[in-house]
Write a protein that binds this ligand. Structure first.
Ligand code: FAD
Length: 312
């Protein structure tokens, strides 16, 4: 059995694994895809102390750093269940893998991240990172002085529009429904800014580009049925971030209404010995530097738990 088993190999998981291994305790990482969302990221300019890097480069550096230590890395393995120590005969926490194998550990750190909900329209995949973006904090400055759209009129969409309006020339928000779901205070703020326009009842249909970059967006006005096009350089998709927590449904780990793992300031979940970190948790602001900090924190909390709890 492990003393610390990390589920997920993104920034949070890598950080948790390094902090655990540095305590000289038996550490494992099980991950579907080492590197996580960072693998899908092109330019990263807000990982403090590194002026500019690319996702795959940072992911390779994460893996290299983890491999400096005695950590069992189990890649391309998907967890599909967790059983708390209270419910197992041997007193270890069990992590069940899709392969049928079971991993046992005295403590577990869940860092399975999240994924952006996609529009699922033609051109979205082709122009991902070439004008189609999901993170305004990350990619907003790349569109300085240009025209962009934000897809989604919920809180994250309107927040993104307000944020982007300070950087770009013009922001058009497209909302599918005939009302905005965002808080009124945000809507009022957006309406007060002269470079934000909001279009409701708009169904996005296609991302248009010149082969290398996005240059327009097609949508249908759901009231009139008319097809329309907006010329722009960027599209920020803000229709939801889905936490990868499905496999915990029967585990006893408390999830929020959005499916995020509820954690306290120490990274503890509702199950003894089970900690969580990064985008899969209720911790606000989903960023690499935050996920790494949370991963190290959860790991130190796991160590604290281990030294206070007798081995089974
Ligand atoms: P993730 O990176 O999502 O990693 C999750 C890990 O868990 C992966 O290894 C995954 O394979 C694994 N996993 C998931 N489910 C299972 C399972 N059931 N069993 C086993 N393993 C599982 N942030 C910034 O700070 N700056 C940026 O410039 C930036 N740009 C971004 C651009 C894009 C296109 C995207 C998508 C995100 C960007 N982000 C950026 C956000 C950043 O990538 C995330 O906040 C960060 O990766 C979260 O780290 P994490 O470790 O919590 O989760």
């Amino acid at each position: 059995p492990y003393e610390v088993l990390v589920v997920g190999g993104g920034p949070a998981g890598a950080s948790a694994a390094i902090y655990a291994a540095r305590k000289g305790i038996r550490t494992g990482v099980v991950a579907e895809r080492f590197g996580g969302q960072v693998m899908d990221t092109m330019s990263i300019e807000n990982f403090i102390s590194v002026k500019e890097t690319q996702g795959p480069k940072l992911a390779a550096a994460l893996e290299e750093h983890v491999k400096q230590y005695n950590v069992d890395i189990m890649s391309e393995q998907r967890a599909d269940g967790l059983v708390s120590a209270e419910k197992t005969e041997d007193g270890y926490i069990h992590v069940e893998l899709e392969s049928g194998a079971t991993l046992k550990s005295r403590s577990v750190i869940l860092s399975t991240g999240a994924r952006w909900r996609e529009m699922n329209v033609p051109g979205e995949q082709e122009y991902r990172n070439k004008g189609v973006a999901y993170c305004p904090h990350c990619d907003g400055p790349l569109f300085k002085g240009k025209k962009v759209a934000v897809i989604g009129g919920g809180n994250s969409g309107i927040e993104a529009a307000i944020d982007l309006a300070g950087i770009v020339e013009q922001v058009t928000v497209l909302e599918f429904a005939d009302t905005l779901r965002a808080d009124q205070v945000l809507v009022d703020k957006a309406n007060s800014m002269n470079n934000i326009s909001i279009i409701k009842s708009a169904q996005t249909t296609e991302v248009i580009g010149d082969g290398t970059r996005v240059n327009a967006l097609n949508y249908i006005d759901r009231v009139t049925g008319e097809a329309k096009q907006i010329e722009l350089a960027g599209i920020f998709v803000q229709i939801g971030l889905i936490p990868n927590s499905d496999f915990l449904k029967t585990s006893g780990v408390t999830l929020s209404s959005r499916g995020e793992i509820e954690v306290n300031a120490k990274g503890e979940t509702s199950v003894a010995g089970v900690f969580a970190a990064g985008d899969v948790t209720t911790v606000p602001y989903k960023q690499i530097i935050i996920a790494m900090g949370e991963g190290s924190k959860a790991s130190l909390s796991a160590f604290d738990h281990l030294i206070r709890t007798p081995a089974p």
